[in-house]
Design a protein around this ligand. Structure first.
Ligand code: HEM
Length: 538
């Protein structure tokens, strides 16, 4: 960029406040006062007491004392990169979002993460991976906050504290750091069978990716796309890695954890630095927006269910290429704030009860994590669109607002800011009919099928992938101290598949229980096996 400070520390006119930090040629205090020494505290004589009046000492140490901010309550460990998204134009038929238009290029920032470990935990643990993408479109920021597993543990966000408390390290010994091998996790998922589908993905090779560059990503929830005429289509978002989907074996992952706990973040940064830019195609499965919001009997509002790709093929709509590493981990990877409610015209939500809770949770936690309500002003979070939101003040306010009328309507600032209409790109919520109903704390009957989807997943795997699943359940459950938890989880597995249950039971040295009833009749979905998984355009 333009040189704003000379080598001698003189600075030019018109310094950009966004880039002023650490650019002077002379060491100063935070107030710009030049210093002649930063190695000695001010003392009353060489062997005398340190003086409280030493502002440089106090400023240097207090700043250091406050360098750490809280890590994310989940997905604390992550690695990120900048890139570009190019629309193919193929979605424009059903979606008016400008960034999906043909050859429209949009800057993006993508953060990959593990879910359960702390910021300093190892990379190649068995866990779900986050795959969060921020699109800086001229219509505002769109965030696609997904995972590398297409389903979630719970069907209703009210249970998120429960599943995370069960999955995080034990409150007494803070063990384990980033793996699911413990009593609280298995206690919860064995008592709470809607978690069975996510759990079996976690016990598969998908939970130990070879590289972030070789993972699929999923929006999980069903979203609603809207075209220029207001017609709607339900969709599920998929990221397909150009390098294919690849995993480590458990043994490779264990060794890598010890030899290089930063393996995944190093791999991502090295590949980008070497010019081997990772690529993913964004695709959508599309479903008619019917009042039932089901497809072939599958409830599209249930985030523990997927629609097999053989039934609804993934149609490519754009290409993501990661082209640059962050230059500062804290400013970018740590301070980025994603939110599933950051939407642009053409993309709307559905009534998935898990999504509804997420829409509240992210902004709430970010107010704590990023120290107040002004985190959208941080460089990594700034929209690439003009802002005039009439918010004022608050912790860490860095904007100097002009004008007096931070309210509407007003006559003092000429009525500005003006409201836009739909034709000018305003976000207008889709007028979906909300059924007349009494208040209930209840889920629809379709949400109570917890076995057919994990069963399809297991039956779709190749023999070696099934062996890995059996070995993973066996290893993880063998770490539980409570015999009753192992036995209860075996009963869950018996209702998914007898071969799976028998294999795990044998490994644990326990009897294999009988299924509680007839097993659901499901057809396998070969697309779920990651062997030979390629993307149609390759
Ligand atoms: C963070 C995905 C469900 C609360 C994240 C991140 C991802 C993610 C990728 C990391 C974002 C980053 O890189 O900064 C998902 C997916 C879900 C899901 C795919 C289900 C489909 C939930 C639910 C809640 C929740 C149900 C709460 C009710 C959070 C919170 C954070 C987070 C509080 C930390 C955000 C921050 O500190 O910036 N999630 N999540 N998530 N998620 Fe979720």
């Amino acid at each position: 960029g333009p040189e704003i400070y000379s080598a001698t520390g003189e600075h030019a006119e018109g310094v950009d406040p966004a880039v002023w930090a650490q650019t002077g040629g002379r060491l100063t205090t935070a107030q710009g006062l030049r210093l002649y020494d930063t190695d000695h505290s001010l003392k009353a004589g060489e062997r005398g007491p340190v003086l409280l009046q030493d502002h440089h000492l106090r400023e240097k140490i207090t700043h250091f004392d406050h360098e750490r901010i809280p890590e994310r309550v989940v997905h604390a460990r992550g690695a990120a990169a900048h890139g570009v998204f190019r629309g193919y134009g193929t979605a424009s038929r059903i979606c008016k979002a400008a960034f999906l238009g043909k050859d429209v290029e949009t800057p993006v920032f993508v953060r990959f993460s593990t879910v359960l470990g702390s910021r300093g935990s190892a990379d190649t643990v068995r866990d779900t991976r986050g795959f969060a993408t921020k699109f800086y479109t001229p219509q505002g920021v769109f965030d696609l906050v997904g995972n590398n597993i297409p389903v979630f543990f719970i069907q209703d966000a009210i249970k998120f504290p429960d599943v995370i408390h069960a999955g995080k390290p034990h409150p007494d010994r803070e063990i384990p750091q980033a793996q699911s091998a413990h009593d609280t996790f298995w206690d919860f998922v064995s008592l709470h069978t809607e978690a069975a589908h996510h759990t079996i993905w976690n016990m598969s090779d998908r939970a130990i990716p070879r590289s972030f560059r070789m993972m699929e990503g999923f929006g999980v929830h069903t979203f609603r796309l809207v075209d220029e005429q207001g017609e709607t289509t339900l969709v599920k978002f998929h990221w397909k890695p150009k390098l294919g989907v690849h995993s480590m074996t458990w043994e490779e992952a264990q060794i890598t954890n010890g030899v290089d706990p930063d393996f995944h973040r190093r791999d991502l940064a090295d590949a980008i630095e070497a010019g081997a830019f990772p690529e993913w195609e964004l695709g959508i499965q599309t479903f008619p927006d019917t009042p039932e919001q089901t497809f072939e009997g599958i409830d599209l509002l249930d985030p523990t269910k997927i629609v097999p790709e053989e039934w609804a093929p993934v149609q490519p709509i754009g290409l993501l290429t990661l082209t640059a590493n962050p230059s500062n981990f804290f400013a970018e990877t740590e301070q980025v704030a994603f939110h599933p409610g950051h939407l642009v015209p053409g993309i709307d939500i559905t009534d998935d009860p898990l999504l509804a809770g997420r829409l509240f949770s992210y902004i709430d936690t970010q107010i704590t994590r990023l120290g107040g309500p002004n985190f959208a002003q941080l460089p990594i979070n700034r929209p690439h669109a003009p802002i005039n939101d009439m918010t004022r003040d608050g912790m860490h306010q860095t904007a100097v607002h002009s004008g007096v009328a931070a309210y509407r309507p007003n006559s003092l600032d000429g009525g500005c800011p003006f409201l836009a209409g739909a034709g000018e790109g305003a976000y207008v919520e889709t007028p979906v009919t909300v059924p007349q109903a009494s208040k209930v704390r209840a889920a629809p009957a379709s949400f109570s099928d917890h076995t057919s989807h994990p069963r399809r997943f297991y039956l779709s795997l190749s023999p070696v992938e099934r062996e890995h699943v059996i070995a993973a359940y066996t290893f993880e459950l063998s770490k539980c101290y409570e015999q009753a938890i192992k036995e209860r989880q075996l009963r869950v597995l018996a209702d998914i598949d007898p071969e799976l249950c028998a294999g795990v039971a044998a490994g644990l040295g326990l009897p294999a229980p009988e299924p509680s009833g007839p097993l659901p009749d499901v057809t396998p979905s070969p697309a779920l096996s990651q062997l030979g998984r390629t993307w149609p355009t390759d």
